[in-house]
Design a protein around this ligand. Sequence first.
Ligand code: GUN
Length: 282
Amino acid sequence: MTIDGKAIAGRVMADLIPRAERLAQAAGRKACLAVVLVGDNPASRTYVRAKIKAAELVGIQGKELEFPAGVPQDELLAAVSALDADPSVDGILVQLPLPPQIDPDRVLDAISPAKDVDGFHPANVSSLQLGRPCTIPCTPKGIIRLIDSTGVSIEGKRAVVVGRSNIVGKPVAKLLLDRNATVSIAHSHTRDLKSLTREADILVVATGKRSLVDGSMVKPGAIVIDVGITRTAEGTLGGDVDFASAKDVAAWITPVPGGVGPMTVAMLMENTLECFEARINR
Ligand code: GUN
């Protein structure tokens, strides 16, 4: 069966509306999410638009800042630091990837952990690893919710994560471990990927390689979460999993588009309200 990420995200967003309203009453203003876009990557622009639109839908003020691809690092760092110091801003997100003259670590370090709605700051990353309270990165958090939506228990299951990025692979592996799955992380140097993925009760694929995983690599009855999204020259969107062949083998599978993507945006809204609430109660 298909895991309808779009519908599940829609319900999460609807539930966030009264929470945003309640917090706005308490604070005397709406939560404010600042989204920073650098350059003209069309995919990044689409994601930033979706995030601002979702914020407004939930009752969060969206503040979009745009910089040209050639912006000097110092100028970007100054702008991010200004947002960080601005008491009317509750969450800051800098859309990745950044152009080559910018060191992403310098930018992520400039956002204080309390406003880091992406959960990318080293303090949040280390807290996640240590099991301390933190902001959980949006995509991994959304993936766990999508798995939970199936009603299948994660505990004791064999989980395989293909991809080891800081944004998805590593944090989702930790979240699955926290839920008592037995977790393996595969990557571009993994030998015999197929024999590993065929053992997975839960298979998360986050590589950015179109159709890397097909039905022959999926264990019958598995839950398959496809994080990849790429556009072909003809303009069709597709994932890291070949949906057509995998859907008949898996018990549950996320489509692309309409799976993980909308859930990531919904989790960003939830993280923003969590940061807002913590700031109000400070
Ligand atoms: N680029 C791809 N995924 C993400 C994300 O979750 N957050 C940000 N800021 N950039 C991204």
